[in-house]
Design a protein around this ligand. Structure first.
Ligand code: FAD
Ligand code: NAP
Ligand code: FMN
Length: 610
């Protein structure tokens, strides 16, 4: 019997050990699928058709995407044939004909779908959506209970799929920021239900290839290998020692206030060293930072609890001192609903009772604006025992920052631009946790960081033009894009729209930006200083003023990027883009909407908004 020869990639080939291992596996897989008639005399292994499982994710900063990748990997081990794609690629994924669908999605804005699920939701929620009488589906939602519409997007998907005739495999899960245990339980349940409901395996479907799609088989099975999430929760397909679960202590090298002294704002430029780590990043990625809480606030809370701080409390089965837990483990700013409920019970006249009714969520939110845990603890007639108090707190979450440097311009460093959050409320000075940790307390010590990969928020092909709209700290990724294009000598034209309050005090990176303009690296720089005249002038006004030129750049294949404030700016810029297309492109409102939808589907309209 002739033995099939699988080409072996020798040690001398220009590949890393990891790439070599992958290629060997890949080729072995390919060769094992060559039919025997073609001279490949492998032992007959009956091909068992695997049941297709569609796994679609909606994710902005990668958490839901990581979970979806994990599900895809586990499903493959359980004999399914997974197809993994962002929700917006529902057509490519063949959703209308799918039999089994798992959705993992976060929620953004105010109960809205994440960027890569917006198109999906407008389709699913429209009259054009098909009926799904043959679809079994399950939805895993990720969110944050601090937002009034908790897990709003996943809720909408779940309800609508049922309305359209789909059958729920298991009830939806809604995970708070501490998502792991809820997600794990839900996933275990899902596998149990799917194993129980498993019908005879259907025919395999064709799977298109894509950056998000499974890679070809490593092992000769008729399945697909799915890009696996790394151990650390990052979505990068390489292994790194440091990640979200094991952040790297990065030394703070520079901390510079960018505004001039009379400014109303405090935006800082930070430089952190990545040396000593194997962390790498690309422009468009974000940096996650684990900060510690303000020591003064920790002291005040300990005092409000009538404690010394040396009391032991139990956290995830281990003992920790109360002070340490309040410093680095718990969110001590935003009160949880559980804490509010306990306070409402203990102090029934404090006004919280009616606000905790489900129909008063908006009023509760309004009343909590500018108040923190210390404010509500002070409503208690007698303090809570520390071990009970900590059970009512949530975990302190890392904050994300759009990286503002190119690794090609600053080897071993990562730069950030951060607006420091400080405000006065109910007679007390309040500080944002992470922005003030970096501004005031990190000093020359280190900050615990990890890299959060972006999902396509990258400069376009080197010869294509790009239009960047980044007011305030929204400039961050565009400084990185421009540094990158300068370092690589990319030929594409670059146009930046920047805005802030006053030219004299808030023109962030003025020297670097005007230098680029003078050298022709920036083809155009349009600025909008909102408070230099009576009437506000914003970046979107500059866009509309330049409509004919913006339109001609779009027609030449320009990519259009927006970064910064999600609450108002991003929507206003979106409206301005539609206006540009209508006015300069001579389109109707509907045609402009179609044009924008096409830009999005071609990944030529990308946003990094927060
Ligand atoms: C993908 C992504 C990228 C980001 N990139 C950047 C970036 O490049 N630069 C940047 O500066 N930020 C960026 N952010 C925002 C950043 O992650 C933090 O949210 C921000 O720095 C505030 O964090 P903090 O811990 O300092 O403040 P927190 O402790 O989280 O406090 C902020 C909260 O304080 C409250 N608050 C604020 N002002 C007032 C007020 N006047 N009155 C009452 N309450 C108030 C609000 O509830 C607000 O949510 C980004 C966010 C995301 C998701
Ligand atoms: N969700 C979060 O976690 C979080 C945390 C921190 C910051 N943020 C957001 O991030 C934003 C960035 O803050 P920043 O300090 O860098 O700058 P910013 O507050 O966005 O201000 C930058 C410029 O944008 C202008 N602006 C205000 N409204 C606008 C609109 N509708 N359209 C276009 N421009 C508008 C401002 O003008 P005027 O000020 O004169 O109106 C200013 O000139 C903040 O606005 C905040 O909403 C979000
Ligand atoms: C600007 C912003 C808005 C958010 N809005 C909501 C919301 O309305 N409801 C909610 O439950 N969670 C909200 N979240 C929390 C995210 O859904 C949560 O962090 C989630 O884990 C992110 O997952 P992703 O990385 O897959 O996008 C918001 C987070 C941010 C930063």
């Amino acid at each position: 019997m002739e033995i099939a020869r699988v080409p072996y990639i020798p040690e001398t080939a220009p590949f890393s050990a990891e790439q070599r291992a992958w290629l060997n596996g890949f080729l072995a897989g390919m060769f094992s699928q060559v039919p025997a008639a073609a001279g490949n005399a492998q032992p007959d292994s009956p091909r068992v058709p695997r049941e297709p499982l569609l796994i679609l994710f909606g994710s902005q900063t990668g958490t839901a995407e990581s979970l979806a990748k994990r599900l895809a990997k586990e499903s493959e081990q359980r004999g399914f044939q997974p197809v993994l794609l962002p929700l917006d690629e529902y057509e490519k994924a063949g959703l209308p004909d799918a039999k089994k669908l798992i959705i993992v999605s976060s929620t953004w804005g105010d109960g809205d779908p994440p960027e890569n699920a917006v198109k999906f939701w407008s389709w699913l929620n429209s009259n054009e959506a098909p009926r799904f009488p043959h679809l079994d589906f399950a939805v895993l939602g990720l969110g944050d209970r601090n937002y009034s519409d908790f897990c709003g997007a996943s809720k909408k998907f779940d309800v609508r799929l049922e309305e359209l005739g789909g059958h729920r495999i298991i009830p939806r899960a809604e995970c708070d920021v501490d998502y792991e245990s809820t997600a794990n339980r839900w996933i275990e349940n899902l596998w149990v239900r799917l194993a129980g409901a498993r019908s005879s395996p259907g025919a395999a479907t064709t799977i298109t290839n894509d950056a998000h799609l499974p890679l070809p088989a490593r092992n000769g099975q008729n399945g697909f290998h799915v890009i696996s999430p790394t151990q650390n929760g990052s979505t990068k397909d390489t292994l790194s020692l440091f990640g979200k679960k094991n952040p790297f202590p990065a030394r703070l090298l520079k901390n510079i206030v960018l505004n001039k002294s009379a400014s109303a704002k405090e935006v800082r430029h930070y430089e952190l060293s990545l040396s000593g780590s194997d962390l790498t990043y690309e422009v468009g990625d974000a940096l996650g930072i684990y900060a510690t809480n303000c020591p003064q606030l920790v002291d005040d809370i300990i005092e409000a609890c009538h404690c010394s701080g040396d009391e032991p409390v139990e956290i995830e089965g281990s003992k920790m001192l109360l002070r340490e837990s309040l410093t680095s483990y718990f969110d001590i700013c935003r009160p949880s609903t559980d804490l509010l409920s306990i306070i409402a019970k203990a102090a029934p006249d404090c006004g919280l009772v009616p606000l905790l009714k489900p129909e008063r969520t908006a009023d509760l939110k309004k009343s909590l604006w500018g108040r923190d845990i210390l404010d509500v603890l002070r409503l208690l007639p007698s303090p809570l025992p520390p071990e009970q108090f900590v059970l009512l707190l949530r975990k302190l979450t890392p904050r994300l920052y759009s990286i503002s440097s190119s690794p090609k311009a600053h080897t071993g460093e990562v730069h950030l631009i951060i607006s420091t959050v400080r405000y006065e409320s109910f007679g007390r000075a309040r500080k944002g946790v992470a922005s003030c940790f970096l501004a005031d307390r990190c000093g020359e010590n280190s900050a615990k960081v990890f890299v959060q990969k972006s999902h396509g928020f990258k400069p376009p092909r080197e010869d294509l033009p790009m239009i960047m709209v980044g007011p305030g700290t929204g400039i961050a990724p565009f400084r990185a894009f421009l540094e990158e294009r300068e370092a690589t000598g990319a030929k594409g034209q670059n146009w930046l729209f920047f805005g802030d309050q006053k030219r004299s005090t808030d023109f962030l990176y003025e020297e670097q930006l005007t230098g680029w303009l003078n050298r022709g690296h920036l083809t155009h720089l349009d600025v909008a200083f909102s408070r230099d005249q009576e009437e506000k002038i914003y970046v979107q006004h500059r866009l509309v003023q330049n409509a004919p030129k913006v339109w001609s750049w779009l027609e030449e294949g320009a990519h259009f990027y927006v970064c910064g404030d999600a609450s108002r700016m991003a929507a206003d810029v979106d409206r301005a883009l539609h206006q540009v297309i209508e006015r300069a492109g001579g389109k109707t409102t509907d045609q402009a909407a179609e044009y924008v939808a096409k830009l999005k589907s071609e990944k030529r309209y990308q946003r990094d908004i927060y």
